[in-house]
Ligand binder design. Structure first.
Ligand code: FAD
Length: 508
């Protein structure tokens, strides 16, 4: 039995793994092997999961099952609380061995401890392995005398001589095990472990455009396409990739890595091989450097209590954030009136992935830059929509962007106008995601409120009423001199005019 105790864990079947992965442990026991995925209703309800994330998970599980079928195995998808599920299945399946991935998130760790207790009571031998990260995060902390490395260079210095062991073995077909017998639940309902039994998506849910299909097959295809572009990999510099290109300027492997469709170790191994043979850029900006950021945040999350909160988090600066439901809502729905901010949020909602620097832009805007709303609120919205949502990485990056931990140059604020112009001066990205503005001349696309009324009318979009905001200067912070915005105390809502009519007094 190979359980996955929450909706974030997955598997990497056809991929090389760390030599101590859960699958190797399962294989070596040569018994009936039942890969199981538990969809915990509690976790599902606690997490605020948007439809794109559910769809991605569903596709990933379907793909996992079909890959397992090729090995004469199958995925057992079960709904319920893991403890109750195992109480039932330990007896029904006569389980004597259970292996799963070590978790980082405190709630999951606690749940795993209960599962271990239950297993002990039932004489089930449990093995947990680290397979989600490249390094053993706790051993990095131990190496640093029990402290988490708070800077990236410090982290790199700690891992530079750590050997990463990766084998090339792949899981063997089921002839190496005994074929699992049909259990009592399957006798009643032969499809009871079928993933489709557990998700009911409406036709409306399924009608949205799919930019990133879930699953290991797609992940490996994407990885292989990227590995063909050796020059691109060797010259990769994250700050020089564009946050607002219409095609992604980075790999978009994150959803697959986060859900376990792609092993971070495999990606690491492939990049290391390329690096060994070609001149290449270096961390923090290189592609390998990006994977190291992932490890950096995982180590920090492993060693920090209340990592996803401000209160009780020893590394988080305590900041008296404002509460403002309407501004938060405007930000979350992409209705702030700042076209670049709104375009990013619309892309997030509709596609489930946005570029790292686009995340910087909207996270800075929500927190220290403009709206002065807590990073915890922003993290919840990201949790709902990001296909790559990951507890440790989301919290860590929000801590960084709000200048609450790791990064303290709070006065370096992104301009919602100048920043996007650097890579997209005509605002093609805005035109795509905020189509109300698509006829605006480039001159006004980032600041439509500056367009004369005649231009607004011609573009068939009149700028709505403004609401005063206290922007930016709580900590004596102003925007950097990049900022060209003169209406910095206003929020505007962009509204299309129905039928081309114009009502300047119509409040939004
Ligand atoms: P690439 O540039 O191609 O990088 C390759 C891989 O490196 C990524 O797939 C990812 O696994 C890792 N990586 C890259 N940048 C980072 C980073 N800054 N921190 C950690 N790992 C990184 N990433 C998530 O995977 N899940 C999250 O929930 C998440 N939340 C974020 C929240 C905020 C506010 C910010 C600013 C960043 C967040 N990130 C998160 C980090 C980063 O934005 C994404 O990992 C990256 O944009 C994914 O795109 P990519 O796969 O094309 O990245």
């Amino acid at each position: 039995v190979w359980p996955s105790s929450d909706s974030k864990n997955g598997s990497a079947l056809a991929q090389p793994r760390g030599d101590d992965s859960t699958l190797d442990v399962a294989e070596n026991h040569k018994k009936q092997l039942r890969p199981i995925y538990i969809i915990d209703d509690d976790i599902k309800n606690r997490c605020n999961v948007g439809i794109n994330r559910v769809r991605f998970l569903l596709e990933s599980l379907i793909d996992l099952n079909s890959n397992l079928r090729k090995l004469n195995l199958q995925l057992y998808v079960v709904n319920g609380k893991p403890l109750e599920v195992f109480s039932k299945l330990f007896t029904e399946w006569k389980v004597d061995f259970l292996t799963f991935e070590k978790a980082v998130e405190p709630e999951i760790i606690e749940e795993d401890e209960h599962i271990e207790e239950l297993s002990n009571k039932n004489n089930v031998f449990v093995v947990q392995r680290i397979s989600h990260t490249i390094y053993d995060c706790q051993s990095i902390i131990n190496k640093n005398n029990g402290n988490i490395p708070l800077t990236y260079p410090k982290f790199l210095s700690l891992v530079q001589d750590v050997q990463v062991k990766i084998t090339n073995e792949i899981i063997k077909p089921v002839s190496n095990y005994c074929q699992p017998s049909i259990d009592a639940f399957e006798k009643q309902d032969p499809n009871c472990y079928d993933v489709n039994q557990h998700f009911k998506l409406s036709s409306e849910d399924l009608s949205t455009e799919i930019c990133y299909p879930g699953g290991e097959t797609e992940a490996l295809k994407r990885l292989n396409d990227i590995l063909q572009k050796k020059d691109w990999i060797c010259n990769f510099e994250k700050p020089n990739t564009s946050p607002n290109s219409l095609e992604p300027s980075t790999t978009v492997l994150s959803p697959y890595i986060s859900l376990g469709c792609l092993s971070a170790k495999l990606f690491y191994k492939e990049l290391k091989t390329i690096e060994r043979n070609h001149p290449h850029t270096k961390p923090p900006v290189s592609l390998l450097g990006q994977l190291m950021w992932r490890e950096f945040y995982y180590v920090a999350a492993t060693g920090t209590v209340n990592f996803d909160k401000m209160i009780g988090n020893p590394i988080c600066m305590q900041i008296p954030w404002d509460k403002n439901e309407s501004f938060l809502k405007a930000w979350a729905e992409g209705k702030t009136g700042y076209p670049f901010i709104d375009a990013i949020m619309k892309q997030l909602i509709s596609e489930g992935w946005i570029h790292h620097l686009a995340r910087h832009m909207v996270a800075c805007f929500l927190t220290r830059g403009d709206l002065w709303i807590s990073w915890e609120e922003g993290a919840k919205i990201f949790e709902k929509y990001l296909l790559d949502y990951d507890w440790a990485l989301n919290s860590g990056n929000w801590l960084w962007l709000s200048a609450s931990a790791f990064f303290y140059k709070y006065f370096r604020v992104y301009s919602p106008i100048a920043f996007g112009k650097k890579t997209d001066k005509d605002g093609l990205y805005i035109r795509k995601y905020v189509p109300e503005l698509k006829k605006y001349p480039s001159e006004y696309i980032y600041e439509p409120w500056k367009a004369p009324l005649s231009v607004q009318k011609q573009a068939n979009c009149i700028i709505g009423t403004r609401v005063d905001l206290a922007l930016g200067s709580r900590m004596g912070v102003g925007h950097t001199n990049e900022v060209v915005r003169t209406d910095s105390n206003s929020i505007t809502i962009v509204r299309p005019i129905p039928g081309g009519s114009y009502d300047p007094h119509d409040p939004f």
